[in-house]
Design a protein around this ligand. Structure first.
Ligand code: 4AD
Ligand code: MG
Length: 467
């Protein structure tokens, strides 16, 4: 039996396999002088060079085209070229499918520079490109190390429902789901599948809270859906979110966890995805004159995140505007939400480090956040990152029954629908906290991609649900 290797395995173990017979499979990246095939199978950014035997039939040579899928049995040889340590001397080649060169020319697989927009139009093929395969491999490693982090810190992975009746965040629009025939008006939702109006969830937090109040430490990691008409480079209509929720936890502990967690993820990727990161670093540097990716990531690990209250932030903006250091397009006063120009100024220009803003005005935050003694602010915290803006949003939760009830009234939150959530505040309620990390946003930051649509396999955005 001849052993089959992935190209990654073969390149890693190559030194010890010299003169051995092996089998590899992959897609042809290039074919030169009717003798050199450059092969890739997606397992690594690196390619394997294959040397064909000179006796190959002309008919077969004709079929060896870019994009074609092949199987090769060959002997591992030490390469004479400097680019690679080993190469494969082919003994036998099978072509699974030969691709018509004319088709390749019209596709993103033609070896030349294509715009990211073009790659998105052929999203079903972009897994075969260098840049997107790097992003996808890194995306996998980020997901893996997130589970690793929480598992090693005593958290339980919780699956919260995707179908829901409540809007946790109370803002934006939700996608409704129904099996009713919408032609029959008016619609009686008591006859719908669930006997009520249902939606795709915007967050698993409320359910995660109930679980944390029994299991102590839990986290969710799943898709969430928001029907906001935000056509920006940081918004998706379907995105993935990680939401840890911890009982007996105050806001400062919550911020410590978030900072420690995010630094762990970045460190893990620096230690485990260096080949892909280096490729992206070099590619992105050519595209734009941005900070070098690796330096940018290492910088995040170096210093503690700046922690500052919302009220202090507004004071800084006031001072800076008075000193004429900055003039915002949207001037900001206490009580208003920060826009991306304010976030950028704070993170990129003023502090030059990630910033944690806490104690926001209650009127711009969700009903479940814990009210401070001033009666005006809540124990919210957002973490702002360079390039990305808000990467994490979290809070200490309102654990006091009466105050929570009042907040639900003030924010027009339907207490009948959320009876079960309120109820948890009567069965051994405790201070507890949690946050949500936008998974696609952390992938975007780590890979340095400009647009969030280029870090998820098939982006869902306003006017677009193709593939
Ligand atoms: O700030 P958000 O809306 O917080 C929540 O949903 C809370 N329930 C989380 C919690 O406390 N358990 O969203 C959390 C994060 C944001 O900071 C951002 O990174 C990301 O989710 N996010 C988006 N990512 C991509 N596309 C969108 N449309 C996003 N909206 C939010
Ligand atoms: Mg938020």
């Amino acid at each position: 039996m001849i052993r089959k290797y992935s190209i990654k395995e073969l390149l890693n173990k190559g030194k010890f396999l010299i003169d051995q017979k092996v089998l590899v499979e992959g897609w042809i990246r290039s074919f030169r002088y009717s003798i050199f095939i450059i092969l890739n199978d997606g397992s690594t950014i690196n390619n394997l060079q294959i040397i064909l035997s000179k006796k190959l039939d002309k008919k077969i040579i004709k079929k060896i085209t870019i994009g074609s899928s092949i199987r090769v049995i060959g002997i591992v040889k030490k390469s004479i070229g400097k680019k690679q340590y080993i190469e494969l001397k082919s003994l036998d080649i099978i072509i699974y499918e030969s691709v018509d060169p004319e088709i390749i020319q019209k596709s993103i697989l033609q070896p030349k520079k294509h715009s990211f927009e073009k790659l998105r139009e052929q999203a079903h093929l972009r897994f075969k490109t260098n840049i997107f395969s790097c992003v996808m491999r890194i995306r996998h490693h980020i997901a893996f190390c997130i589970h690793k982090y929480f598992h090693e810190h005593g958290f339980f992975y919780l699956h919260t429902p995707i179908i829901t009746t409540s809007n946790c965040e109370g803002v934006g629009r939700m996608f409704q789901i129904t099996t009713m025939n919408l032609k029959n008006q008016p619609i009686d939702y008591t006859k719908d599948f669930f006997k009520c109006k249902t939606y795709l969830s915007v967050s698993g937090q409320l359910e995660a809270e109930t679980a944390s109040l029994g299991l102590g430490k839990v986290y969710t990691f799943g898709p969430v859906f928001r029907a906001e008409n935000s056509n920006t480079s940081r918004h998706l209509s379907e995105f993935w979110m990680i939401e840890p929720e911890i009982a007996f936890y105050h806001l400062d502990e919550n911020i410590n966890l978030a900072e420690n967690f995010i630094k762990f993820v970045i460190k893990y990727i620096l230690e485990n995805s260096m080949e892909d990161l280096t490729f992206l670093d070099q590619r992105l540097e050519k595209c734009s004159k941005k900070n070098r990716l690796l330096e940018k990531l290492e910088l995040i690990l170096k210093f503690p995140f700046k922690r500052i209250s919302y009220t202090e932030v507004i004071k800084i903006f006031d001072q800076e505007e008075k000193k004429k250091n900055i003039k915002f397009l949207h001037p900001i006063v206490w009580g208003m939400d920060l826009q991306s120009e304010h976030e950028q100024y704070l993170v990129d220009k003023y502090f030059k480090t990630p910033v944690v803003i806490f104690d926001y005005p209650c009127n711009i935050k969700a009903f479940y956040m814990r009210m401070n003694n001033d009666g005006k602010t809540v124990r919210a915290m957002d973490i702002l990152f360079p390039e990305i803006g808000e990467i994490i949003g979290g809070s200490q939760r309102e654990e006091r029954y009466d105050i929570l009830l009042q907040r639900m009234k003030d924010t027009n939150t339907d207490k009948k629908k959320l009876w079960w959530y309120l109820d948890t505040r009567r069965f051994g309620s405790v201070p507890h906290s949690g946050f949500g990390l936008g998974f696609d946003r952390i992938v975007q930051f780590i890979t340095g991609m400009n647009n969030i649509r280029d870090v998820i396999p098939f982006p869902r955005t306003p006017n677009n649900a193709e593939f």
